[in-house]
Design a binder for this molecule. Structure first.
Ligand SMILES: *[C@@H]1O[C@H](CO)[C@@H](O)[C@H](O)[C@H]1NC(C)=O
Ligand SMILES: *[C@@H]1O[C@H](CO)[C@@H](O)[C@H](O)[C@H]1NC(C)=O
Ligand SMILES: *[C@@H]1O[C@H](CO)[C@@H](O)[C@H](O)[C@H]1NC(C)=O
Ligand SMILES: *[C@@H]1O[C@H](CO)[C@@H](O)[C@H](O)[C@H]1NC(C)=O
Ligand SMILES: *[C@@H]1O[C@H](CO)[C@@H](O)[C@H](O)[C@H]1NC(C)=O
Ligand SMILES: *[C@@H]1O[C@H](CO)[C@@H](O)[C@H](O)[C@H]1NC(C)=O
Ligand SMILES: *[C@@H]1O[C@H](CO)[C@@H](O)[C@H](O)[C@H]1NC(C)=O
Ligand SMILES: *[C@@H]1O[C@H](CO)[C@@H](O)[C@H](O)[C@H]1NC(C)=O
Ligand SMILES: *[C@@H]1O[C@H](CO)[C@@H](O)[C@H](O)[C@H]1NC(C)=O
Ligand SMILES: *[C@@H]1O[C@H](CO)[C@@H](O)[C@H](O)[C@H]1NC(C)=O
Ligand SMILES: *[C@@H]1O[C@H](CO)[C@@H](O)[C@H](O)[C@H]1NC(C)=O
Ligand SMILES: *[C@@H]1O[C@H](CO)[C@@H](O)[C@H](O)[C@H]1NC(C)=O
Length: 572
């Protein structure tokens, strides 16, 4: 073994995780998808130009406002209007650090009924907290603020006095310390929940992408789940994450229309909303900007820097410039963006997520992915090979991005999340709340459960219930139970075939029938590459183009890519 390891190091394998002995001795060339070090296609990896020094540098003033503790970082901020000590850090959409969904999705949680068994679990995880993605407007904003200070245009006073010495110092794209912790913690929790499903005699495949934060998120997760020797337990398959490569875990790279104006309805709606909810804040901050005319876009960038600096440094002076209501407005702006860019409000919402859905469908049927190239954005080379497409496992673990996971939820046809969101006021009681669905370290879990007989739709309320209170007579039955952020997604709300069950489960055969229809609904080729027009805000509501196939069909022109990242904030 020692010899083997040094051989692997000698041929540049570094992390020997991905290898078994046969491969190592028969070949000195590591296939790209097994290679973890050095990393192929890692994307940008800029780290911060300043290290945290919270104990010395925290300059947040506690002169006014109500304390809001930033769990789990355990830093604190005064927030005006936060009358009930809520956590503004749970109002930051995809920039919130993971927390379990506090309100659920419409049903209660139930423990497993007697004699039921969980047989298989599929995890779809987001990466952990990170620096801003490369093209995000906060870096340009940071440069502008510094220029304004340096060239004397702005004279910062009052609440903006800190800008006289502030510099933008964040890195880009890669995990911050909090993100590493988040993924480790997620692996620990996953182990407590499902460790028994791991067969210690068999190494299993788990899937992530080559991007630095994606690969490392998977590695930190595995370390939390199995310990530092996790490479004995799991082989990571790292699909290339780059423009024009097929990758179901980063599906927008091979979907032109998801990167052009056709899929920016969410950004457009958010801009309208920002001008409303940030009008007061913009007036307030303008009064502290001297000759510089502070804009709404500046306010939005300022607000966006709060979560980013906080996960990088432990605190940020930007956080307490905004009232509690304005944080609720911020949360809503992100819900608008996701719904309109990546969800049911986007003509490419389903297409981007359908590759993963079809992989799941194949896996649940016990065979390799078998659709022709071009049917979805799945990588056919990787998906048609037993050495790289996981099958026959009891535990499956996949790692992806926020917008991609939201598109997978869309491609699954979970219409519970098809809310039409107003761009002029916060839609109350909406189901799309991104911080409850795809925060940093997000997790979607599918549990396959077998019961000895069909389980009644109404769960008994008494603790002394008997088997007859649980089961109808009949044969052994299987169910799908889906959770997001540790709360049940009631499948019957979106799939009437499943029935309205207390526990939100769906009988497996019924669930599979639903999955069988999703590829056609997604219209992958047309949606991603068709030349169609996009009607006004609100008209797209099923995650596919609303125009007729006959109107378009040409291969697309869309070349304005949004970003090589999981977030699109092009402001400034
Ligand atoms: C706290 O107050 C805000 C604003 O008034 C409200 O929206 C929120 O629901 C309250 N949270 C709790 C837990 O009461
Ligand atoms: C939101 O979810 C609830 C269940 O919590 C459901 O009754 C309702 O129909 C959903 N709303 C939309 C717009 O789908
Ligand atoms: C700030 O000034 C530098 C140097 O003059 C310039 O390169 C940069 O583009 C400016 N940034 C912005 C956002 O204007
Ligand atoms: C100062 O910097 C800002 C931001 O880069 C720029 O827009 C402005 O033109 C500059 N003003 C002067 C006087 O150089
Ligand atoms: C990981 O694999 C090793 C070697 O097969 C095994 O001894 C160990 O129990 C596994 N770890 C867990 C947490 O199951
Ligand atoms: C699929 O993955 C393989 C292995 O990394 C790679 O060589 C190939 O270029 C990928 N194909 C596409 C279409 O992205
Ligand atoms: C702006 O402030 C005014 C006065 O305090 C208040 O009445 C109004 O509701 C605020 N508007 C928004 C959008 O917060
Ligand atoms: C500042 O900008 C706002 C909106 O962009 C505009 O209405 C206002 O006239 C500007 N003020 C000055 C002094 O230029
Ligand atoms: C791949 O795995 C499937 C399911 O276990 C099996 O049916 C198939 O024969 C395998 N194919 C190869 C080439 O090993
Ligand atoms: C179950 O317990 C409840 C009280 O908790 C009692 O009222 C009821 O009679 C019990 N049912 C049976 C079948 O024992
Ligand atoms: C149970 O399974 C048996 C054998 O497959 C079948 O004949 C019977 O119809 C099933 N019963 C029900 C209620 O589905
Ligand atoms: C797309 O459709 C528009 C309007 O029908 C047309 O003007 C344009 O030439 C088409 N572009 C391509 C690339 O087919």
């Amino acid at each position: 073994m020692l010899f083997l390891l040094s051989l692997m190091t000698a041929v540049g394998l570094g992390n020997a995780a991905a290898f078994d002995k046969k491969q190592a001795s028969s070949s000195s060339v590591v296939p790209q998808y097994y290679q973890t070090s050095p990393e192929p296609y890692p994307g940008p990896t800029a780290t911060a130009s300043m290290a945290p020094f919270l104990a010395q540098t925290d300059t947040v003033s506690f002169a006014s406002g109500t304390l809001a503790v930033n769990a789990p970082l355990q830093t604190a901020y005064p927030i005006t209007g936060n009358t009930n000590n809520s956590n503004i850090f749970e109002l930051m959409g995809q920039l919130s650090s993971y927390f379990p969904n506090p309100v659920g999705f419409g049903v209660n949680e139930y423990s497993l009924p007697p004699s039921a068994n969980i047989s298989t679990v599929h995890l779809l995880s987001r990466h952990g907290a990170r620096y801003p993605t490369s093209d995000v407007s906060v870096a340009t904003f940071g440069s502008k603020v510094y220029n304004l200070t340096r060239n004397g245009t702005a004279q910062w006073t009052g609440a903006l006095s800190f800008l006289n010495t502030w510099r933008y110092t964040l890195g880009a794209e890669i995990l911050v310390a909090r993100g590493r912790q988040e993924m480790f913690d997620s692996g620990v929790l996953f182990y407590y929940n499902y460790g028994s499903l791991y067969n210690t005699s068999k190494k299993i495949l788990a899937r992530t992408t080559t991007q630095d934060r994606m690969l490392k998120s998977a590695e930190y997760f595995m370390a939390g789940m199995f310990g530092l020797e996790w490479t004995n337990n799991v082989t990571l398959i790292n699909t290339i994450e780059q423009n024009y490569y097929n990758n179901s875990l980063a599906g927008y790279f091979q979907c032109n229309n998801s990167n052009n104006y056709r899929s920016t309805g969410g950004n457009n709606a958010s801009l309208v909303w920002e001008n409303i909810y940030l009008a007061n804040a913009t007036r307030r901050l303008r009064a502290f900007s001297g000759n510089y005319n502070w804009t709404v876009a500046d306010s939005y960038n300022a607000q966006t820097l709060c979560p980013y600096e906080t996960v990088a440094y432990g605190y940020s002076n930007w956080c307490n410039l905004f009232t509690f209501d304005e944080w609720q407005g911020f949360e809503y702006s992100i819900d608008l963006q996701f719904q309109g860019n990546d969800g049911f409000g986007s003509p490419t919402g389903r297409a981007v997520g359908i590759g993963y859905v079809e992989e799941l469908y194949a896996r649940l049927q016990g065979h390799l992915y078998n659709l022709p190239a071009g049917a979805t954005n799945a990588n056919v080379t990787i998906d048609t090979n037993n050495a790289t497409f996981p099958l026959g496992q009891t535990l499956y673990m996949d790692f992806s991005h926020d917008t991609n996971i939201f598109s997978i939820i869309t491609a699954l046809g979970l219409k519970q999340f098809a809310d039409q969101l107003s761009n002029s006021s916060i839609t109350p009681n909406r189901n799309v709340t991104i911080s409850h669905m795809t925060p940093f370290g997000a997790r979607v879990v599918f549990e396959q459960i077998t019961t000895p007989q069909p389980l009644k739709a109404t769960r008994p309320k008494t603790a002394n219930a008997t088997m007859a209170d649980f089961y109808n007579s009949g044969n052994q039955t299987s169910y799908m139970h889906m959770t997001i952020s540790q709360r049940t997604v009631p499948l019957g709300f979106s799939y009437p075939e499943c029935g309205l069950r207390d526990d939100g489960w769906c009988e497996m055969g019924t669930f599979m029938n639903v999955l069988g229809g999703l590829l056609n609904t997604a219209r992958y080729q047309y949606s991603c590459f068709g030349n169609y027009t996009v009607p006004g805000y609100g008209a797209v509501n099923n995650g596919v183009p609303v125009t007729k196939r006959a109107l378009g069909g040409g291969m697309g022109s869309g070349l304005e890519r949004k970003s090589n990242s999981d977030e699109y904030l092009y402001r400034m």
